[in-house]
Design a protein. Structure first.
Length: 303
C-alpha cells in the first residue's frame, strides 16, 4: 500500500504513477453517481441522487455549479454518439435525452406497458442501441426517488433498439443489476450484481457476457467477486483491465479477473469515468465527494 494506491500485483505499477495522488475536487453530495466527461466542453457532469440535482465541474477553473436543479433523482449518465446527454432518472422511472437546445426527451419509461423500476446505469453501443440496468433502488424509499411498487416484478438488464424503439430484456436473472460497461470490441458486456446491498445472502460480483451481433447475451460467468462492499460503476482501460467501484475505492482487475490494485479513497466509490484531454484521468463519484487521479493508462473511448 502506498498513499493513494494499494499495489496487489507488480503490474499495477504500470497504471499507478508514483508522483500522483487522489485529489478531492468537490464535497457536498449526499450520494454522488453517474459521472460523464464532456471533452468538448472541458467539464464533468454528475448526479447527486438524494438532492435530486446534477452538478457540473469545470476543468479549467475547478469551479462547481448546478447543472440541473431538479433532476428527478438522476443516477447514471452517458452521452450518445451525437454528443447528447442520456440520463437515468430514479424519480420519474425513465431514461431521458437532453437535446442541444436543452429540451428533455423521454427515451423509455415502460416495458410492455408497465413502469420501469428505477433505471440505474446506462451505456450506448456503437450501433446506437441503449443498454441499461433497472434495479429497485429508486422505489425502495423516498430518499433516492419515490417509494413505490415494482410493476414488472423483476430487476432486468435491457436493450433498446435504435431503429424501431423496441425494448428487450437481455438478462433476467439478476437480484439487483447495477453498473455496466462494454469491452473495447463490444464483444463482452460486464454487469455488476449488487444484491448484497439489501440481503447478506445475495451475490456481490461482476458478471461477464458474450455479446452477439444482434444484441443477444450468452456465456454468462462470474468475472470477479467483490469482498469489500458491493460492486457499482464499471469502466475499462486501453489494456482491457476492468475498473470497479467498491466500498474502499476503485479496484482494478486484469482481463483474466486477477486483482492488480486499488485506488483508495476514504468513502464508498459509486461510479467512475475516464476523462481529461488524454482520457488518463479517472474521475470517481463517491458518496459525498468527487475525486480524480491521473493514471498511467487511458480509458477506452466512450460516447
Amino acid at each position: 500500500m502506498d498513499g493513494s494506491f494499494d499495489f496487489v500485483d507488480p503490474k499495477f505499477k504500470n497504471y499507478a504513477i508514483p508522483v500522483t495522488w487522489v485529489e478531492k475536487l468537490y464535497t457536498g453530495t449526499r450520494w454522488g453517481e453517474g459521472p460523464v466527461y464532456f471533452a468538448d466542453l472541458r467539464c464533468l457532469v454528475w448526479s447527486d441522487i438524494p438532492n435530486s440535482r446534477m452538478l457540473r465541474w469545470d476543468e479549467e477553473s475547478g469551479q462547481v455549479s448546478v447543472f440541473r436543479a431538479d433532476s428527478n433523482h438522476s443516477n447514471g449518465n452517458t452521452r450518445d454518439h451525437q454528443g447528447r446527454l442520456v440520463t437515468c432518472e430514479h424519480g420519474a422511472r425513465r431514461i431521458t435525452r437532453t437535446e442541444y437546445d436543452g429540451r428533455i426527451t423521454v427515451i423509455v419509461n415502460r416495458y410492455q406497458g408497465k413502469k420501469l423500476n428505477s433505471p440505474n446505469d446506462v451505456v450506448i453501443k456503437s450501433d446506437d442501441s441503449i443498454w441499461f440496468t433497472d434495479p429497485p433502488y429508486g422505489i425502495l424509499s423516498d430518499y433516492e426517488g419515490h417509494k413505490g411498487e415494482s410493476e414488472i416484478g423483476a430487476c432486468n438488464v435491457y436493450r433498446l433498439d435504435p431503429h424501431d424503439g423496441s425494448l428487450r430484456i437481455v438478462a433476467d436473472d439478476f437480484v439487483k443489476p447495477n453498473g455496466l460497461a462494454f469491452s473495447a470490441d463490444e464483444r463482452t458486456l460486464y454487469v455488476a450484481e449488487s444484491g448484497f446491498s439489501h440481503d447478506a445472502d445475495a451475490p456481490r460480483h461482476i458478471r461477464s457476457f458474450t455479446v452477439s451481433e444482434d444484441g443477444q447475451l450468452s456465456h454468462s460467468r462470474i468475472f470477479v467477486e467483490i469482498s469489500n462492499g458491493i460492486p457499482d460503476g464499471i469502466r475499462l482501460d486501453a489494456d482491457s483491465n476492468v475498473w470497479v467501484c467498491a466500498a474502499d475505492g476503485v479496484h482494478c482487475y486484469s482481463p483474466s479477473g486477477a486483482l492488480l490494485g486499488k485506488v483508495l479513497i476514504a468513502e464508498t466509490a459509486a461510479n467512475i469515468t475516464f476523462g481529461g484531454p488524454r482520457r488518463n484521468r479517472l474521475f470517481i463519484a463517491a458518496a459525498t465527494s468527487l475525486y480524480s487521479v491521473f493514471l498511467g493508462i487511458s480509458g477506452i473511448q466512450m460516447p
